[in-house]
Write a protein that binds this ligand. Structure first.
Ligand SMILES: Cc1cc2nc3c(=O)[nH]c(=O)nc-3n(C[C@H](O)[C@H](O)[C@H](O)COP(=O)(O)OP(=O)(O)OC[C@H]3O[C@@H](n4cnc5c(N)ncnc54)[C@H](O)[C@@H]3O)c2cc1C
Length: 324
């Protein structure tokens, strides 16, 4: 068994940002473990994905086809991976630990009667597999030793910086027809509802987040203005969603969205661990808080110790002045 199968996440052919993390990780893991990384593309709309594999230095891919793979369904996707693994037994099967990545791999592991290690940060092999993964939203690191012929794991989302490594030759895509039972389509997407247009919280390069310190739903208007000017999105803490000031779709954290923007502007947020685990992948953090001892202030690269109700309107005004 010399292959690493990496699941390339997409939605009807549109590549997920997590897929570029997965391909980067597959290339690095292949080099570290002297194994051959092979991308697994599922469904009919995967032609573009082959080009992305080439950009990220993955020379081979399996494209799994079946009439039942026309859209995402965790059971059908998982069984397709299992069928592939049965005909081409790999040393490793992994994905990035998004909702879909973890969902599919949990199904794969259950169907193959193998362990699944979710949200890993480091994978090594000597006599056994040695894995470090995070638990409890990142507040605990766990070292695991696994004795298995085929290792199934996911990397934590936003842990790997995607790095292109374009190949001279196109990725060689092998088409594999998979026979699936109709019962596997019990869980399929019926409808898609767009909650917000444009940039999403998890992919925004700027996130302006507000916490309890914002004081009210109306208090978010200046944060909206700042986010608009910076081409970003507004996020919030759970204190805010608990108060009904914003919807849960805007919540950053362990029970919200994990983000990885270029800059995270945290306004009136204390930085509790459950919030921090959703924000810690941010490249830069600016905290605006009246409390110099607030957890987020001690972790941020930049901090303004002041009332956000004074700071944000002043920043908005200054940006407008410079742009006019
Ligand atoms: C199982 C579980 C899961 C959770 N999941 C999440 C999650 O996903 N996301 C999340 O956010 N939380 C989560 N929480 C809640 C978390 O523990 C905190 O309670 C929450 O993050 C606190 O929100 P906050 O920082 O807005 O409020 P607070 O902790 O009350 O902090 C408010 C901050 O605002 C500052 N402030 C006040 N007024 C001003 C002002 N005028 N100008 C500037 N600063 C000001 C204060 O100094 C303070 O630092 C979870 C908790 C549990 C138990």
């Amino acid at each position: 068994m010399t292959e690493i199968l990496v699941l390339v996440e997409h939605d009807r052919g549109e590549i997920s940002p997590a897929a570029t993390e997965a391909l980067t990780a597959a290339k690095q893991l292949g080099e570290t473990l002297s194994l051959n990384p092979i991308a697994v593309l599922i469904g009919p709309d995967t032609a573009e994905l082959g080009l992305v594999c080439r950009d990220y230095g993955i020379s081979s891919a399996y494209c799994l086809g079946s009439p039942l793979l026309s859209d995402y369904g965790p059971e059908a996707w998982a069984q397709a991976v299992v069928e592939l693994a049965r005909s081409h037994p790999p040393a490793v099967i992994f994905a990035v630990g998004t909702d879909r990545g973890n969902e599919v791999l949990a199904q794969v592991a259950a169907r193959m009667d193998l362990p699944f290690i979710a949200n890993s940060i480091n994978v090594k092999r000597d006599d056994y597999w040695k894995i470090t993964r995070f638990q409890w939203g990142g507040s605990l690191l766990e070292d695991i030793t696994v004795d298995t012929d085929t290792l199934i794991f996911s990397y934590g989302h936003h842990l790997i910086e995607p790095v292109t490594a374009p190949l001279e030759k196109a990725t060689e895509v092998t088409h594999v027809d998979i026979e699936l039972d109709a019962s596997l389509t019990r869980t399929m997407i019926q409808d898609r509802v767009t909650l917000s247009e444009g940039v999403t919280l998890s992919t925004a390069s700027v996130v302006v987040s507000g916490g309890r310190g914002v004081g009210s739903a109306d208090g978010f208007a200046p944060l909206e203005e700042l986010a608009d000017l910076l081409g970003g999105r507004v996020g919030c803490s759970r204190a805010v969603t608990n108060n009904g000031w914003r919807s849960h779709a805007d919540q950053v954290g362990q029970t919200g969205t994990r983000i990885a923007p270029e800059i995270y502007i945290a306004c009136g947020i204390s930085g509790a661990i459950q919030h921090w685990v959703g924000a810690m992948a941010s490249k830069n953090i600016l905290a605006i808080n009246t409390d110099p001892e607030a957890n987020i202030v001690t972790k941020a690269g930049y901090a303004v110790i002041a009332d956000l109700h004074e700071v944000i309107p002043a920043v908005v005004e200054e940006i407008r002045r410079r742009r006019s």
